[in-house]
Design a protein around this ligand. Structure first.
Ligand SMILES: Nc1ncnc2c1ncn2[C@@H]1O[C@H](COP(=O)(O)OP(=O)(O)O)[C@@H](O)[C@H]1O
Ligand SMILES: [Mg+2]
Length: 355
């Protein structure tokens, strides 16, 4: 899994036998700064995109193959023992409203490099069926985090944040709530020269600007009804620039961006599922302790807990979800939830590159 944060690759070796989820190996391979920069550039229109995407797809396949090889080494497993790699790929454009989404990563090359079958391009089929193609993790959240006696929200704090509402009755709800870490990462890179604001410490030293927050929250996306999904196309540098005004202290801007993530996610949960009793958080944003604290305050008295307390480490949930979606693909089962994506019906997701 490599998500919108462009932080790198999360790899898990998972065994789903007997309806359980066993993690046999797990690791993170960070992208080097150059790869991250080129991928970030490709998420916005520019010159020579086809050749750049081709070359970057090949580079990604090599990074993915390295992650797979390390995971196999960690578990002492051979490639032949692995049924398939679920490879999300790197999203460089997500435009469901225009009928397409594009994840690069050269799955064919990954199959050649590893000698393992690869399932890729999970999102296109859902979009072709009239859906958003996102979020796709909710079906796995249902499997991993449902409790019959409790209404739960699963909040994935990636570059973009998405929520799954596990209700007592009726199909799950789910949608992207807006920015997760992406705007905070962008601002930390610009002012601290760091890939992220570690623990949210820098934001904690500032004060959220009420006027700036209010103007950001007026963004139409936050008030749109689901099904909905978003990406760096919207919540990128231009969006941020449009809202800033001169004279703001960079620390206060960071505190405001943190508040924006907390406010948009908490409002989404309260507005669509006020009955939520517990919030299970996953993704890299759970490492941002200041963000977790603000989410807890905004969602009180509901506990906001990292998924580690529910059997799956927060940083591994999304990668594990795509391993499971690969299994769904190979078994001929559906991967999407029409109640979430808005697709016409359940669909078998992904393109399969045989071993
Ligand atoms: N120690 C930390 N402090 C603050 N933020 C962190 C920390 N560790 C990870 N993150 C955030 O999590 C992001 C990665 O989360 P991830 O779930 O992988 O998102 P994505 O799926 O978009 O790649 C990083 O870009 C960073 O913003
Ligand atoms: Mg990531």
């Amino acid at each position: 899994m490599s998500g919108t944060s462009l932080d790198g690759v999360d790899a898990v070796l998972a065994d789903f036998a007997d309806g359980k989820t066993a993690i046999l190996a797990a690791l993170h391979v960070p992208f080097d700064a150059d790869l991250r920069e080129e991928l970030a550039a490709l998420t916005h229109p520019g010159a020579d995109e086809i050749d750049r995407a081709g070359a970057l797809g090949n580079r990604l396949a090599a990074v993915y193959a390295d992650a797979v090889s390390r995971a196999l080494g960690q578990a002492g497993t051979s490639a032949t023992a692995v049924r398939a790699i679920g490879c999300h790929g790197q999203t460089v454009r997500h435009r469901p409203e225009r009928g397409y989404t594009l994840q690069i990563g050269n799955a064919a090359l990954l199959a050649e490099l590893t000698g393992i079958a690869v399932v890729a391009d999970f999102r296109s089929r859902d979009i072709a069926a009239g859906g958003q193609g996102a979020p796709l993790v909710p079906a796995f959240h249902v499997r991993a985090f449902s409790a019959p006696d409790e209404v739960r929200a699963v909040l994935n704090l990636g570059g973009i944040a998405n929520v799954t509402i596990l209700r007592r009755e009726g199909p799950p709800l789910g949608f992207d709530t807006g920015p997760g870490n992406c705007l905070m990462d962008l601002w930390a890179a610009r002012h601290l020269g760091l890939p992220c604001d570690h623990g949210g410490a820098w934001a904690r030293g500032g004060t959220a600007n009420a006027d700036l927050l209010e103007r950001m929250l007026a963004e139409q996306y936050f008030n749109a009804s689901p099904p909905k999904s978003t990406g760096r196309e919207l919540f990128g540098p231009d969006w941020l620039e449009r809202h800033l005004h001169p004279g703001l202290d960079p620390r206060d801007v960071q505190a405001t961006l943190l508040e924006l993530t907390a406010a948009s996610a908490a409002r989404a949960i309260l507005e669509h599922a006020d009955a939520t009793q517990r919030v299970i958080a996953c993704g890299g944003g759970t490492q941002n302790l200041a963000l977790m604290q603000r989410l807890s305050q905004r969602l009180a008295p509901r506990p906001v807990e990292p998924s580690d307390r529910h059997g799956l480490p927060a940083q591994l949930v999304e990668a594990t979800a795509f391993a499971w979606l690969a299994q769904q693909a190979l078994e001929g089962r559906a991967g999407n939830l029409p109640s979430v994506t808005g697709a016409k019906g359940p669909r078998n997701l992904g393109a399969i590159y045989q071993r």
